[in-house]
Design a protein around this ligand. Structure first.
Ligand code: GTP
Ligand code: MG
Length: 204
């Protein structure tokens, strides 16, 4: 899918402040520093539309972007950059607050069409990611997994890590979710992600 425009819409502290309307919405979530904002900038072909930082915890609000595809300007959709979860340095109270409003957004946002869970392709399956994925499943929220930073791996290491992830998920799930392999710096996986969103939008 080619995009006609990709623009920042608004930041919200809670779900009640999120944009009104019924456009299909896709959310990016994952541990702090996994590369959510970078991947959004990559999709948007824009260097700093979403704020990127080497210091975890940069995104602290629900950030809405409005996307219009080139082929069908009628088909607008929203992309949402959510704050990272599970970063230990921020105070416990703040972390709980994040979890609360993220959870509220995920459970209450009716037009939420798919959650993209970003996981770092360099790491073994992380407990907090597995717990979050489990929770999504229990709540019946549709999700996909997006491996990030694949440029930072050697080919064999990447294969091993992804295989480990698949095996770990197969312990809990009969059917594996759709998976994407991305690099925000190289643009890898971008066409797959946008193609998938396009396909889902068409089916709505
Ligand atoms: P929070 O908003 O804090 O939750 O972080 P985030 O998930 O939005 O991560 P962000 O996009 O800010 O990226 C974190 C760091 O990883 C930055 O230093 C990025 O430059 C780096 N990074 C992100 N994606 C990639 C990638 O695909 N390849 C490489 N090499 N670095 C990346
Ligand atoms: Mg961010």
């Amino acid at each position: 899918m080619k995009l006609k425009s990709f623009t920042f819409l608004k930041s919200s502290e809670k779900v009640s402040q999120c944009p009104s309307g019924k456009l299909p919405e896709y959310a990016f979530i994952g541990r702090s520093n996994v590369g959510k904002s970078s991947l959004i900038n990559c999709l948007a072909n824009h260097k700093n539309l979403a704020k990127v930082s080497s210091k975890p915890g940069k995104t602290q609000l629900i950030n809405h972007f409005e996307v219009i595809s080139e082929t069908d300007v009628e088909k607008m959709w929203h992309l949402v950059d959510l704050p990272g979860y599970g970063y230990a340095v921020v105070s416990k109270k703040k972390r709980v607050k994040w979890a609360g409003f993220i959870e509220e957004y995920l459970l209450q946002r009716e037009q939420l069409t798919n959650v993209f869970v970003l996981v770092d392709s360099r790491l073994e399956p992380q407990k907090i990611d597995l717990e979050f994925i489990q929770w999504l499943g229990e709540e019946g929220l549709p999700f996909s997994i997006v491996f990030t930073k694949i440029d930072k791996n050697k080919t064999q290491k990447l294969k091993t890590n992804i295989e480990n992830y698949r095996k770990r998920l197969q312990e809990d799930w009969d059917e594996l979710p759709v998976m994407f392999y991305t690099s925000a710096t190289e643009g890898e996986g971008k066409a797959d992600l946008l193609g998938y969103i396009d396909k889902v939008n068409m089916s709505l």
